[in-house]
Ligand binder design. Structure first.
Ligand code: 13P
Length: 285
């Protein structure tokens, strides 16, 4: 097992009605906690990094660390670059051993989105690396991705076959009513739109903006054929809440950093295990 591509990790999700979680990491503690949680459930996992996270941890350290954890825990792990717009960084990540990248040209006009995505697919596939792209524009804010409410746009099902065919992508992110970051009001998922998209394409579909989506909506999306579900913001909060609690509870005399960081790992493991239960990926490793 160990590191696998996005295409490989998602290949029987639709047929077997489960989704694989894509979780945004930021450091050593949360990534090990996530992979540990997935291993306890014998579930595959997609570890996602933003462009800022790659720069923060460092490319070589990041790939070496995740590869080491994938081997240690012996479950399928996909290392995925999330929402990338910087083509040089994409190339560097592919060359360094990422097994999946997302090119996000969703803000460009349709034909330009196709051309940019296609060029990334041509490059990445020569290295055996998968590619995710986005059609439509998800609202909200996360890291370097920000779309104002007025600019958000749902995925048009009729655009999907041409986009998938001409680009050669391995997974498609769809905009069906979720948004990045914490919601101000409960999200309203456009299920008829999702149904129309699943009918028109076999390409594995990706739901972004998983933080705050009600459990019943997740389950319905998975039953309808969603293959990958992204969660980021909630995990950042779980991480910092666990750290704040440890700082509050440990004696002032404690100076070893590890007692502060162990609860962070465990909090991330618990968060991932709860999502695996909802996404139905337990035992699929
Ligand atoms: P949230 O931060 O809203 O969970 O979204 C994560 C995501 O979609 C990353 O691409």
């Amino acid at each position: 097992m160990g590191m696998v591509t996005l295409r490989e990790i998602l290949k029987d999700t639709r047929e077997k009605h489960y989704a694989v979680g894509g979780f945004n990491m930021n450091s050593y503690e949360d990534s090990e906690g996530m992979i540990m949680g997935a291993a306890r459930k014998r579930s595959p996992i997609i570890i996602m990094t933003s462009m800022a996270c790659v720069r923060y941890v460092g490319l070589k350290a990041l790939v070496g660390m995740i590869r080491g954890m994938a081997d240690t825990y012996n479950i399928p792990v996909c290392l995925h670059l999330d929402h990338a717009t910087d083509l040089d960084l994409i190339k560097a990540c592919v060359g360094a051993g990422f097994t999946s990248v997302m090119i996000d040209a969703s803000k460009k006009p349709f034909e330009e989105n196709i051309a940019i995505t296609k060029s990334v697919v041509e490059f990445a596939h020569t290295y055996g690396c998968s590619v995710e792209a986005e059609l439509g524009k998800l609202g909200g804010r996360e890291e370097n991705v920000e779309v104002a409410d007025a600019d958000k746009a749902y995925t048009n099902p009729e655009d999907v076959p041409q986009f998938v065919e001409e680009t050669g992508i391995d997974a498609l992110a769809v905009a069906i009513g979720t948004a990045h970051g914490f919601y101000k009001a409960e999200p309203k998922i456009d299920f008829p739109r999702l149904e129309a998209i699943t009918k028109i394409t076999d390409c594995p579909l990706v739901l972004h903006g998983g933080t705050g989506v009600p459990e019943a909506d997740f389950r319905r999306c998975v039953q309808m054929g969603m293959s990958k579900i992204n969660v980021g913001t909630q995990l950042k909060k779980d991480y910092t809440d666990a750290l704040k609690k440890a700082v509050h509870e440990l004696p002032d005399s404690e100076y070893d950093p590890r007692p502060f960081m162990r609860p962070v790992k465990e909090a991330c493991a618990q968060a991932i295990m709860a999502k695996i239960d909802i996404f139905g990926s337990e035992g699929m490793a």
